[in-house]
Design a protein around this ligand. Structure first.
Ligand code: UTP
Length: 302
């Protein structure tokens, strides 16, 4: 397994689909009750997923005020709060976890919401010349096995970019980016990516996005997690310099589509589920899934 030390978490989206709650609390701080029964902001659950995968450092791409909010949250128990928690050992343990997470965090501001591709591009100097994991800051990832979803992706990394995938039906296509590709001969869960299409119409998906061995009417879509080589930053840089946008934004899916034509690029079907907190329904589903998985597969982030 090759070392992957860095993870980027884009969390600068405005969360318009979660209005009016998002006008009061940033989407990344929406609370959920995690598998250990503790209330946490979704961003913490995402960071813990990245750390459980083995990365050492995490960069949050957020709105300019986010660094201060995060620094105030991911820290040791402040002295003035300690009396309120006297005798509540669990709270001090939680605060210790927050402090340890805080030590591993860096921040980059995205001052204008110019899309997911742009958010990743904003972290380019922090990333440097290393491979890096990307996890969407408003997704909950629940593994279906003993290894976290992030660890499954990192274990499959062979020096080439690899995107986490999950099967979706035709009715779900309007919400997802989908891979075009062919299955790997060695690993049934691995796909050689030949293209990525964002929200393909059904006819386009039927004609171009079928992957051999995957049942008819099922496509392999983005899971919300990627592991990129620095080649991705070159593609994003070219897109930003030439102002190559789609629907007004620098789309990560468009950059993936370019990258997989330049370098070997894989997709990995993850054993697990992901829940998108971007919508009220997704948030309810995420909470229900966490509840159902109570006490199971909670990975230590220490
Ligand atoms: P989404 O497009 O789902 O989030 O981005 P959004 O922009 O908050 O959604 P709306 O306003 O409800 O349509 C997926 C992830 O990418 C981040 C978001 O914070 C979310 O974690 N993102 C998106 C950025 O960091 N920057 C952007 O410009 C866009």
């Amino acid at each position: 397994m090759l070392a992957v030390k860095k993870a980027v978490i884009p969390a600068a989206g405005l969360g318009t689909r979660q209005y009016p709650a998002s006008a009061c609390v940033k989407k990344a701080f929406f609370p959920l009750v995690d598998r250990d029964g503790r209330s946490k902001p979704v961003l913490q659950i995402v960071i813990e997923e990245a750390l459980a995968g083995g990365v050492a450092e995490v960069c949050i791409v957020g709105l300019p005020a986010m660094e201060e909010s995060c620094r105030r949250y991911f820290r040791a128990m402040p002295d003035e709060l300690r009396p309120a928690f006297e005798g509540k050992e669990w709270a001090f343990q939680q605060a210790e976890t927050l402090r340890r997470i805080g030590e591993r965090l860096s921040f980059v501001a995205q001052t204008e919401q110019r899309g997911l591709g742009h958010a990743v591009w904003c972290a380019r100097r922090w990333i440097g010349g290393e491979p890096f994991l990307v996890l969407l800051g408003d997704h909950v990832f629940l593994s279906g096995c003993k290894r976290p979803c992030s660890a499954q992706l990192i274990e499959a990394f062979s020096g080439h970019s690899i995107t986490a995938l999950t099967p979706v039906g035709e009715e779900q296509l309007p919400g997802f980016g989908v891979v075009r590709g062919r299955p790997s001969a060695e690993n049934a869960a691995l796909v050689h990516a030949e293209g990525f299409i964002e929200k393909p119409p059904v006819e386009v998906a039927r004609a171009r996005c079928r992957v051999e061995g995957v049942p008819e009417g099922i496509y392999l879509a983005h899971f919300g997690m990627h592991l990129f080589t620095p080649g991705m930053l070159e593609v994003l840089d070219e897109m930003v310099r030439s102002d190559r946008r789609e629907r007004g934004e620098f789309q990560l899916t468009a950059a993936q589509d370019i990258l997989c034509r330049r370098e070997p690029y894989f997709g990995l079907v993850i054993e697990g589920e992901r829940y998108d907190m971007g919508t009220p329904e997704g948030m309810l589903e995420a909470q229900a899934a966490l509840l159902k998985n109570r006490d199971s597969h909670l990975f230590s982030s220490s």
